[in-house]
Write a protein that binds this ligand. Structure first.
Ligand SMILES: [Zn+2]
Ligand SMILES: [Zn+2]
Length: 253
């Protein structure tokens, strides 16, 4: 399995438009973050989690030219605004794109992307087969994946477990029952927005504490704001098996 971080930034990206903070003015490419998304290559299949506003550029940048499944964690626009850009795969693969999401996310798509669901659709719209997922195991691209329910303030969000790899974005609480899916992973990704408390995201210290409890062998943090600080400085302060991710980081496992 190979994991590629397509984006590791919070909802406005880093830098947000017009921001002149020291981190946003940094020359280090690791301090530039597109919206959070990952690419999972597993058993010859290509799976992407979330399609935010940077989706098109992220896929071109990573050289992704096949897509067997597109999974959505939740309906917030920083994770869904790129849905229309799946259209090239309709041509490249001569068929519908396979999308996996909860019933609630599907309902949101019906209003956010009403034209995709039109009775007499305009030619050239995205062609999608929607698969509704619930908490627990499902199959996408013939591979077993587990949807874990995590809480993003009051909104349930799906994290995904791919065998020994788990990906959690946009959460600040996971109950004991759901945590059972997340112990002893080879690689665990958790969101860590910044150091200060936030209403709907783990802080860096909360994420470190949870990752320690879950006994992950290797941990990467994602969905970061510029307020987290400089990538290199923060990583020096973290234990070597727990590091901030960055756009373009790949992991083989
Ligand atoms: Zn988000
Ligand atoms: Zn969100």
């Amino acid at each position: 399995m190979k994991i590629t971080f397509l984006g590791t930034g919070t909802s406005q990206g880093v830098p947000p438009i017009g921001c002149e903070s020291a981190v946003c003015l940094s020359d280090n490419p690791k301090d530039k973050r597109l919206r959070s998304s990952i690419w999972v290559e597993w058993e010859g299949k290509s799976i992407v989690v979330d399609a935010g506003p940077d989706f098109r550029y992220q896929l071109i940048r990573a050289g992704i030219n096949s897509l067997d499944a597109l999974l959505f964690t939740h309906e917030h626009k920083d994770h869904t605004a790129g849905l229309d850009d799946i259209r090239p795969f309709n041509y490249l693969q001569n068929g519908h794109v396979q999308v996996y999401c909860s019933q609630r996310v599907h309902t949101a798509f019906q209003s956010h992307y009403d034209y995709i669901f039109a009775e007499h659709p305009y030619p050239g719209i995205p062609l999608i087969d929607f698969h509704i997922i619930e908490n627990g195991q499902f199959h996408a691209a013939d591979l077993p994946i587990t949807a874990v329910e995590v809480m993003h303030y009051k909104l349930p969000v799906h994290g995904f477990v791919f065998d020994k790899f788990a990906y959690i974005t946009d959460a600040n609480f996971i109950d004991e029952e759901q945590k059972k899916h997340l112990y002893d992973k080879d690689v665990l990704v958790l969101n860590a927005l910044r150091k200060e408390k936030h209403i709907s995201h783990f802080t860096l210290s909360e994420a470190v504490e949870l990752a320690t409890e879950l006994r992950a062998k290797k941990v990467f943090f994602t969905h970061m704001s510029h307020q987290i600080g400089f990538h290199d400085e923060v990583n020096e302060q973290l234990p070597s098996h727990m590091q901030l991710a960055y756009d373009g980081l790949t992991i083989d496992l």
